[in-house]
Design a protein around this ligand. Sequence first.
Ligand SMILES: Cc1cc2nc3c(=O)[nH]c(=O)nc-3n(C[C@H](O)[C@H](O)[C@H](O)COP(=O)(O)O)c2cc1C
Length: 361
Amino acid sequence: MKLLSPVKVGAFTLRNRVVMASMARARSDINRAPTDMVAQYYAQRAGAGLIVTEASSISIMSQSRPHASAIFADNHVDGFAKVAARVHAAGGIIFQQIYHLGRKADPTRMPGGAPVLAPSAIAANGTINGANGPCPFGLPRAIETDEIPGIVEEFRKAAMNVKRAGMDGVEVHGASCYLIDQFLRSGTNQRTDRYGGSAQNRARFMLEVVDAVVSVMGKDCVGIKLAPHAMGDGIFDANPVETFGTAAEELGKRGIAYITLVEGPGERHRPDDKVPALMPVFRRAFGGALIVNGGYGLETAEDVIASGKADLVSFAIPFISNPDLVERFRLGTPLQPGDEATFHSGGAKGYIDYPTLAEAR
Ligand SMILES: Cc1cc2nc3c(=O)[nH]c(=O)nc-3n(C[C@H](O)[C@H](O)[C@H](O)COP(=O)(O)O)c2cc1C
């Protein structure tokens, strides 16, 4: 099985091509620091070739749901240091995902009632679970041009914190309609300064963030996740091939370790008339490892790697209820179903209590 063969990604030789995708599970403490239970959860999944942690906010302006993690303060570093240590003790390799929510931050939890931030003053469609129940996403304040270096600096400091925590690398979260994605796509970026307009200009913020993170970690220890098919909150792009082709090419010039491209057989991750297949575009434009994600199972993952279209596959939901996913793939054992009610519920149930095959026996 090629999926289970080793592969070089940046500075690392991974034992297999099965990546645990980033998943926010809302199990940090109320001050957003991972607890011992979080460290145990990741250690249970150390059989993955690479683990990517849950998204961690880089700024107080990136307010997410309670118990979601952050990486801008010392308590966050202490919490993630426990995670890194437990995963390393179990033989795993772990990158930390860092992000800024931009217009998708929780408007009811913003410091001093400040508006959420975005490239342009365009609100996300839909609602968010705010402090007093569901509420619409806030109307953002467009970030001033001279504020951008400060936000890039927050990413750099977050990378310093990731390094202090002893993580192996950083995954920059450029997906899921968050701040970097909002800058990239023409529907959410209507700026007239050097961060808006052409695909090159819209990629500038992402590239400044990547350069800042590389300055801390080294290019071999940096990856990024992009999701051109995500359109959940009304985000869109007029020319996805040009936008994401430019992004992939510029990332290639920087020589970072990998891109995770969310494109796969899953319902919300498939190419369609609005956004065509971008895997070949990424393959041509980016020389580093290509990880694909989005509804893959053993067979589809094996196929995409055997075809040479991608190098690794990342799995999110299958890892929730199958801590020993790699072993199950190796043996061809059916996967255990997960309980969606516990994805973000807090507590040990549905988090650290899914048995491995050995434990089930
Ligand atoms: C509970 C849950 C939390 C998620 N949190 C994140 C996150 O923090 N960062 C991220 O990039 N993607 C996040 N995702 C998306 C997954 O990483 C992945 O892209 C998506 O689930 C598709 O992969 P899959 O079909 O293997 O589950 C999350 C998904 C789930 C189910």
